[in-house]
Design a protein around this ligand. Structure first.
Ligand code: NAI
Length: 336
């Protein structure tokens, strides 16, 4: 019996990229025993609930999940499933790496890890309209909550990540020049935490300057830590620097619990055609192996995936090739 992990194949292309990922993990000899659960439309079909209690129970037990993309049913009362999972398990750190795989693109040598605060800021959902005269929606207010405790745990996470992964620099991205209280608190906490990590260079950058520098000199960035909204935007920006969301993995990490996922959606336009690129979910599984302290196997799988992509013979359509999901997966397994 391997380490129990909850597997949520997901909707659309989810089941096909999930089975490709499981095949690769098995071929690499990963000591995992998957508890397959449903969510999204699959959860709705089986249990009448897009976030079935059974699935939550499984994650409560395994504390680690690998998740394909989910379609949130449209209509009253359906929350975003991803936000609900984040809240249920207090997954405060969203980790998004962006790394150049294919040389010769617009940018070279990018190796950035963005750590986004996942629970606070403008995304706490405190919003209301203000009535003026007859206009019930004359104004709207959204309140950003930044706490010392929330800032400290995410910034500490970023520094600990840097130490653990042999990285040299943490850049804290903020807007404290304008939002002096909320962003100011985040920055203050960052300066205090940084003093405890003498071996890691600490850099602070205003978000507008960060946006420009990420386009002009992305190779200068190492680990970035930032608040929820800025992280949401900049994490997709850095994916764009290395070729888009097709190869973008993400991790949502809390205290003793983590969910690893492909960043892209269910790709309804190609679902069922057997041509989806499983790369993002495979890379998410590599992050999961690292989290489970099996970094050596993660590196082996990642190297095989990157070699197949660089070789360019057995790649899927989104990467410019003609291979099916299965052929791409077989080529990775052959390289392991
Ligand atoms: P999408 O990411 O599913 O698709 C955008 C485009 O990228 C499509 O042309 C698609 O074919 C392509 N694409 C995406 N992943 C691919 C892959 N692995 N291989 C090859 N091509 C790929 O985004 P869209 O269309 O906005 O959303 C579709 C559904 O996915 C919606 O229901 C949305 O709510 C859901 N979604 C779920 C997410 C999650 O569970 N994390 C994240 C984003 C969207």
């Amino acid at each position: 019996m391997g380490t129990p992990v909850t597997l949520i194949p997901g909707d659309g292309i989810g089941p096909s990229i999930a089975s490709a990922t499981v095949r690769i993990l098995e071929a690499a000899g990963a000591d995992i025993s998957f508890d397959v659960q449903s969510a999204g439309m699959a959860g709705l079909a089986t249990y009448g609930d897009p976030i079935p209690e059974q699935t939550l129970d499984s994650i409560r037990h395994t504390r680690v999940a690998l998740k394909g993309p989910l379609e949130t049913p449209v209509g009253e009362g359906f929350r975003s499933i991803n936000v609900a999972l984040r809240k249920t398990f207090d997954l405060y750190a969203n980790v998004r790496p962006a790394h150049t795989i294919v040389p010769g693109g617009r940018y070279q040598g990018i190796d950035i890890v963005l750590v986004r605060e996942n629970t606070e800021g403008l995304y706490v959902g405190i919003e209301h309209y203000i009535k003026v005269g007859n206009d019930a929606r004359a104004a709207a207010e959204s309140i950003a909550i930044i706490t010392r405790a929330g800032s400290e745990r995410i910034i500490r996470y970023a520094f600990d990540y840097a130490v653990k992964h042999g990285r040299r620099k943490v850049t804290l991205v903020h807007k404290a020049n304008i939002l002096k209280f909320s962003q100011g608190l985040f920055l203050d906490v960052g300066r205090l935490v940084a003093r405890e990590y003498a071996g890691i260079q600490f850099n602070e950058m205003i978000v507008d300057a960060a946006a420009m520098n990420l386009v002009l000199r992305p190779e200068k960035f190492d680990v970035i830590v930032t608040t929820n909204l800025f992280g949401d935007i900049l994490s997709d920006l850095i994916s764009g620097l290395v070729g888009g969301l097709g190869l973008a993995p993400g991790a949502n990490i809390g205290q003793g619990c983590a969910i690893f996922e492909a960043v892209h959606g269910t790709a309804p336009d190609i679902a069922g055609k057997g041509v989806a690129n499983p790369g993002a979910l495979i890379l998410a599984a590599c992050m999961m192996l690292e989290y489970m302290t099996d970094g050596e196997r993660a590196a082996r799988i990642r190297n095989a995936l990157e070699a197949v992509i660089r070789e360019g013979i057995s790649t899927t359509g989104d990467l410019g090739g003609t291979a099916s999901t299965d052929q791409f997966t077989d080529a990775i397994i052959a390289r392991l």
